[in-house]
Design a protein around this ligand. Structure first.
Ligand code: G4P
Length: 534
């Protein structure tokens, strides 16, 4: 095996998704603890404190130092180098989460077993489905009275369109929770209420379900139910095949309780065993394999630095192929020029350190002074443009009013740069060149206003822009498109790439327009792929 092959096969890059309060922060922390990336619980909780702050952007700003270093967490576990990419807890920054999902090769989905599939999980899974990302599921909070496990599996299938196959099975729940039966290894992990450490739980080998020690531990009633459940699982569910998981068709399901450290170690073991190594990635021109000699990578996130006086930022580069080395000169495809990456950083164990080399699946932080933007491709000379990091349909809008006409240039520069960082989307109306900001969550507007004032000395106000959503549009028939533009100019805008965007007040408007203009195609992302068609 070549060095590159060895490095690639050792790596796994994933993110955790969940609806708020399902337990993502707790699980992240426990995974990092078992992975040796943090020494004690509590480090991530500090960050969580910002989660419920909806109005105070300053608070979030203060926390940004923390969130840069926790954006990517790298640790070694079971001979694997695991890159865990964090996704923002606050739902107003969902777009950031969507983009992070384009940089991972698999995800861990956490479900609150007392609630089942919730709204935000559905949206996040939509994004995962667009790229058929493999998903491992953890049903959390088994120490509480929750839904019947079969109901939970059904919920996944019905609401998320993914076949859920349990690899472990809970024995009772809530106050009478006994533990988890491992359906593959035929072993039992016994839950002890009050135990807090993974080592406090005992494993029992269960060669047959009638094993006397096992029966004594869980009781006759539970045994009876378990036997019925196992029979039902074998009868109605397909056998778990790793290829179906890798294709994103099925999700293996594990049960446990993160707060009690229960089942998380087994989960981490399974992630390190099942989660795919870095996969190929699509570019407009061709598909790029990680094993290719030449380095390629894509910028999927930009984080503004803490110091407003120096407008430097950190751009996150996902390495897609080849070997990246410090000091390397790379080709910036969009600018058509070579740039030198002098001090790339990695994020091992929460501290930023200068990296000497990185491999596919790794994330490298690059200091940037405004040259890089989300979606940019870096190569060793090839004209490649990675796809898959689109803008996502904004759901709320504001019209921007410049409060200081002497600072128009600063305002526009600021808005453009913040847009390049992915803080917000910037649209310009076709008829009268008004600047419209589009966002997924309203906090994004607060961030823009605050940063315009502090970093660009520009002041703006917002006026409502009464639209409910926006889609990108395309039409193969140029005559029909011109006619459409003529008749609907008032609702059209251009995004920063000069692509046409249309805004709607509600679904009824969309339906009306779709009926009257059947040739026009509408898309939920700027890449206008078949899967995103409305
Ligand atoms: P999130 O990042 O997905 O939003 O969830 P987070 O981990 O913050 O967990 C949300 C709440 O659920 C927290 O309680 C947490 O302690 C609790 N929790 C997580 N895992 C389990 C579990 O396995 N069982 C039970 N019963 N609760 C769990 P909180 O009261 O909001 O916060 P805290 O005061 O405990 O920090």
């Amino acid at each position: 095996m070549s060095k590159l092959q060895t490095e690639i096969s050792k790596r796994c890059t994933f993110a955790i998704i969940s609806h708020p309060d399902a337990g993502k922060t707790t699980i992240t922390e426990k995974i990092l603890l078992f992975g040796g990336a943090i020494a004690q619980a509590g480090a991530i909780k500090a960050k969580k404190a910002t989660k419920h702050t909806t109005s105070d952007w300053m608070e979030l700003e203060k926390q940004r130092g923390v969130s840069v270093s926790t954006s990517v967490m790298v640790f070694e576990y079971n001979n694997k180098i695991i890159n865990l990419l964090d996704t923002p807890g606050h739902e107003d920054f969902s777009e950031d989460t969507y983009r992070t999902l384009t940089a991972v090769d698999s995800v861990l989905m956490v479900i609150d077993s007392t609630k089942g599939v919730e709204e935000r999980t559905k949206k996040l899974m939509d994004v995962c489905r667009q790229r058929d990302i493999p998903v491992i599921t953890f049903m959390n909070k088994l120490d509480r009275e929750g839904l019947n496990p079969f109901e939970l599996l059904e919920d996944l299938e019905e609401q998320l369109g993914i076949i859920a196959i349990p690899l472990s099975w809970p024995i009772s729940m809530g106050k009478t929770f006994k533990g988890i039966y491992n359906l593959v290894e035929k072993s039992f992990l016994r839950f002890t209420s009050g135990a807090k450490e993974a080592k406090d739980y005992e494993y029992l080998q269960v060669p047959t379900l009638d094993d006397p020690i096992f029966v004594r531990t869980i009781g006759e009633d539970n045994l009876h139910r378990l036997k019925e459940d196992v029979e039902m699982i074998n009868e109605i569910l397909p056998k778990f095949e790793i290829n179906d998981y890798l294709a994103g068709i099925v999700t293996p399901v594990f049960f446990g309780s993160a707060i009690n450290n229960f089942g998380v170690l087994d989960l981490l073991n399974k992630i390190s065993e099942l989660a795919p190594s870095p996969l190929h990635r699509k570019a407009q021109e061709r598909t790029v394999e990680p094993l290719e000699d030449k380095m390629t990578g894509v910028i999927f996130k930009i984080h503004a630095n803490m110091d407003p006086k120096h407008r430097d930022r950190i751009a996150f580069l996902r390495i897609c192929s080849g070997e990246f080395t410090r000091g390397m000169k790379v080709w910036h495809v969009r600018h058509k020029r070579e740039i030198k990456i002098a001090n790339p950083v990695t994020f091992l164990a929460q501290t930023r350190s200068i990296t000497e080399e990185a491999y596919p699946g790794d994330i490298v932080g690059i200091h940037d002074t405004g040259l890089l933007k989300i979606g940019d491709t870096l190569t060793q000379g090839e004209e490649l443009n990675f796809t898959g990091i689109p803008s996502f349909a904004p759901e709320i809008f504001r019209r921007v009013i410049n409060r200081n006409p002497m600072k128009s240039k600063q305002l526009y520069t600021g808005l453009t740069q913040l847009m390049e960082e992915g803080v917000v989307q910037l649209l310009k109306t076709v008829l009268d060149n008004q600047l419209i900001l589009g966002a997924v969550g309203s906090l994004q507007f607060d961030v823009v206003k605050f940063r315009l004032e502090n970093e660009y000395s520009a002041n703006c106000d917002y006026l409502p822009y009464d639209m409910a959503f926006a889609y990108w549009l395309k039409c193969k028939d140029s005559k029909a498109l011109e006619q459409f533009k003529f008749e609907n100019g008032g609702r059209l805008a251009l995004d920063i790439e000069e692509q046409l965007v249309i805004t709607f007040k509600g679904n009824w408007e969309l339906a009306h327009i779709q009926k009257n203009y059947p040739q026009i195609e509408f898309y939920k992302t700027s890449e206008c792929k078949e899967k995103d068609k409305v």
